[in-house]
Ligand binder design. Structure first.
Ligand SMILES: Cc1cc2nc3c(=O)[nH]c(=O)nc-3n(C[C@H](O)[C@H](O)[C@H](O)COP(=O)(O)OP(=O)(O)OC[C@H]3O[C@@H](n4cnc5c(N)ncnc54)[C@H](O)[C@@H]3O)c2cc1C
Length: 447
């Protein structure tokens, strides 16, 4: 069967650091053997953090749907959520200039305020549900790696301050020459207190708790959503395992949203991201473990993220789509079964240049493996959330531009409120996240 681009997720994806530790978890494939019900009060398509949180919010609401079915094309949490680099890293001010230009200064400020709120929501969520996960609430640094980013970030900081942005959680430090670890931690542009990585919340622990009340069906790709033709406006969600009728469909398919939602064609585009696990050398062990996390930045789209896990000392090194020499091979692809060796070599070289006390590796230290996942990019770098225009009863939460960890904990509860009849102004989300016909038309004129 031929579906509109980008089609369905790749059927044999590689495994991320998080997924390698959860192969014992029955929930990954739970529901696979059971029949689909003929009807549901609501259907959530996609089991990433967007789908799981929206489902949880719907089920937790006293006036919400009781019978929520979640359909996932692959294993549980096998999309970007289960493959990310583990950073829930709200923007301190960096994106202010870029979003002011792309959207407007008011929305740029709302985006930053929302991201700061999301970290607090995530922290509260972990506490409330008593989730056993690696959550390390610590400082993080943007390391300025060159003049292009220095000029940009200096301007953005000034613009953010002038617009009345809160700078109390930001410390600007002088740039020092050289990139040894000691200069690195001192020689940074900013120190964003309280901006933390949570070593994702993904695969096992959170999803077990979040997905538990949902009737979850992995390995059940949705191939179309069609009208039932009934007067009560029900939708029929079709899969190779059968069809389900429902009045509410939530598309939480991120990079794959355009497959089932025609108006998102060319509006949400897949791009492959890559990350790596490193076993630390002796200078990065024990008391010398990195106490902060980092984004080593050459530009807005060319950077490397570094976190060292407190649990086992492993380093997760994330890469970006701006790596020099990387061309079309990572764009418009849904293949997360492979890693790109050029990106791997480039990120290791940059990491070792900055953390120059890494030293020689003995057997067993250094790069262990890499993995990839598919991001959903939008032309204005913010997600599409809300009722899908002209398709009453269908809702979308997708297009997180590789930054979903800093947005979804505010967005999914907001979408659930809207599904249950709330207004956008009742939510914490910036208005620019809303999917509207006007926004779609405006963006369709852009390349
Ligand atoms: C390598 C990598 C590193 C990253 N690092 C970070 C980071 O450090 N910080 C950060 O904030 N973000 C990061 N991200 C991005 C972040 O992971 C995403 O923004 C976020 O997880 C998106 O969550 P989601 O639930 O919207 O989408 P996903 O987690 O992608 O979930 C979508 C789900 O829908 C399923 N699906 C798709 N089509 C269908 C269909 N037709 N039928 C049924 N199911 C379907 C998919 O299989 C998938 O499970 C990274 C991503 C990657 C890949």
């Amino acid at each position: 069967m031929s579906l509109p681009a980008p089609g369905l997720p790749h059927t044999r994806p590689c495994l991320s650091i998080w997924q390698r530790s959860t192969r014992h978890n029955a929930l990954l494939n739970e529901g696979r053997a059971s029949d689909l019900p003929p009807t549901a009060d609501a259907i959530v398509i996609g089991s990433g953090i967007s789908g799981a949180l929206t489902a949880l919010e719907l089920l937790s609401s006293p006036n919400g749907p009781k019978n929520v079915v979640m359909l996932e094309a692959r294993e549980a949490v096998s999309g970007a959520t289960g493959r990310n680099a583990g950073h829930c890293r709200p923007d301190a001010f960096r994106g202010f200039s870029a979003f002011s230009k792309r959207i407007n200064p008011e929305q740029a400020m709302k985006i930053i305020v929302h991201e700061k709120l999301v970290l607090q929501l995530l922290k509260a969520f972990i506490k409330k549900h008593n989730i056993d996960c690696d959550f390390d609430y610590c400082r993080t640094f943007d390391v300025v790696m060159g003049k292009e980013f220095l000029d940009y970030v200096t301007g953005s900081f000034e613009a953010y301050k002038q617009a009345g942005g809160d700078t109390s959680d930001i410390t600007c430090l002088n740039i020092l020459a050289g990139y040894s670890r000691s200069t690195c931690t001192r020689g940074l542009r900013m120190d964003s207190r309280q901006f933390a990585p949570c070593q994702t919340v993904p695969v096992g622990s959170t999803t077990c708790q979040v997905a538990r009340p949902v009737a979850f069906h992995p390995h059940t790709p949705v191939t179309s959503v069609t009208s039932s033709g009934n007067a009560n406006d029900e939708w029929v969600v079709n899969t190779p395992r059968g069809s389900i009728s429902t009045p509410i469909v939530v598309h939480a398919t991120n990079a794959f949203a355009a497959t089932l939602i025609p108006c998102l064609k060319s509006q949400v585009r897949p791009v492959r991201a890559q990350a790596h696990k490193l076993i630390p050398t002796a200078p990065f062990t024990g008391r010398n473990i990195l106490s902060h996390t980092y984004s080593l930045r050459f530009s807005l789209s060319h950077f490397y993220s570094v976190i060292q896990r407190k649990g086992d000392g492993a380093i997760v090194l994330g890469t970006s789509r701006g790596v020099p020499g990387i061309g079309q091979e990572i764009f418009e692809t849904k293949d997360d079964s492979v890693v790109n060796k050029t990106i791997q070599e480039d990120c290791l070289a940059n990491f070792k240049q900055v953390f120059s006390d890494w030293g020689d590796e003995v057997l067993g230290e250094g790069h262990e493996f890499g993995w990839t996942g598919i991001l959903g990019l939008t032309k204005d770098a913010v997600p599409f959330i809300g009722p899908v225009p002209s398709l009453p009863g269908q809702f979308v939460i997708a297009g997180f531009n590789g930054h979903g960890m800093a947005r979804i904990f505010g967005s999914a509860p907001g979408l659930a409120q809207i599904i249950l009849g709330g207004k956008w102004s009742d939510t914490t989300m910036p208005e620019c996240f809303q999917i509207t016909t006007e926004r779609l038309e405006r963006l369709s004129a852009l390349p």
